[in-house]
Design a protein around this ligand. Structure first.
Ligand SMILES: [Zn+2]
Length: 203
């Protein structure tokens, strides 16, 4: 969680903002700054353009003005099995589309996941976010449910979804973005092999 200017004074503000979050327009009316926002920059790109307005307003609070904005990344590793298969297609079409990745008896990969968070550098710690805390969240929310498991059979957030790298990273985002908020998750990069990776920025 980005923290800017810890110990900021209790700031009373009045903000009316309409943010696009989780595909719904959510009216956000802030009559008094919630305590968790005091002295902090509040970043969430999921709020869309109005979120940036909110960020601008809050960035004028104690300790936030002029702080450099930095993106930090934590890499985590796991291995998992899968079979790339679309049940809506015939076996022959699946074999033609997915080749060896359609092998009925599974195959595995050593995956690497890079999690990038963007925010202001905290004056006190010099951090955007404690990367140890970020690691703990990603391990709890994603890695522990995935490592040494089968994407097709064992992983709750992939239930019923064809486990291509693209589909995996989108589902990981859905789990991680709210778990990391209000810190701003800006990119996931998932390596399936040494040569193949996919990026997702939440769009
Ligand atoms: Zn594969």
């Amino acid at each position: 969680m980005p923290q800017c200017g810890e110990g900021g004074s209790a700031v009373r503000v009045s903000i009316l903002s309409f943010g696009l979050q989780d595909h719904l327009f959510v009216p956000v009316i802030v009559a008094a700054a919630p305590s968790q926002w005091r002295g902090r920059c509040f970043f969430t790109r999921s709020l869309g353009s109005f979120g940036w307005v909110l960020q601008e307003l809050l960035s004028s609070f104690d300790g936030c003005r002029g702080m450099p904005i930095v993106t930090v990344t934590r890499r985590l590793r796991f291995n998992a099995a899968h079979r790339v298969h679309n049940p809506a297609l015939s076996d022959e079409e699946n074999r033609r589309l997915f080749g060896k990745c359609n092998n009925p008896n599974w195959h595995g990969h050593n995956y690497e996941l890079e999690v990038s968070v963007r925010g202001p550098v905290n004056e006190t710690t010099g951090y955007v976010i404690d990367l140890g805390q970020l690691r703990d969240v990603v391990e709890r929310e994603v890695i522990d449910q995935t490592d040494h498991r089968n994407f097709n059979l064992d992983v709750p957030y992939m239930a019923g979804i064809n486990p291509t790298t693209e589909n995996i990273i989108v589902q990981m985002w859905k789990v991680l973005a709210p778990a990391i908020a209000p810190a701003q998750l800006v990119r996931l990069r998932l390596w399936e092999t040494e040569n193949n990776y996919v990026d997702y920025e939440g769009e």
